[in-house]
Design a protein around this ligand. Sequence first.
Ligand code: FES
Length: 136
Amino acid sequence: MRRRRFVQLAATGVLGACASMLVTPVTPVDGRVRLPLRNYPELNRPGGALRLRPDGTDQTFYVLALDDGTFAAVSPICKHQGCTVDIARDRLECPCHGSMYSREGSVLRGPTQAPLDRFPTSVTDGVLTVDLQSRV
Ligand code: FES
């Protein structure tokens, strides 16, 4: 698919969840990423998600809108053998050996034995902050 058409489809929502998994670069300040929620419509609905990559790294993390209106920020790296988990509608699934995690990163099904790394989040004045230097 040509880039222009992909962007058009993504903008109109035709690509659905696929479009939301484009990697969005972000610039941390003092180890924290600040996301004005008005700029990220994906996070304004339950089930919404973003995949973000801090500048200067090749690591990404997911920010997921939860059903109760809060957010989770998790590493996409499966704790079994390090594959990248995919976002399904209500959970995260590892394509390598079938581990499943909740959207908060808790283990739902093995073979993994450990939850995904989770970063603290907070919302103040419509800005979601993710602290990448800490773990929940
Ligand atoms: S690496 Fe994820 S289940 Fe094995």
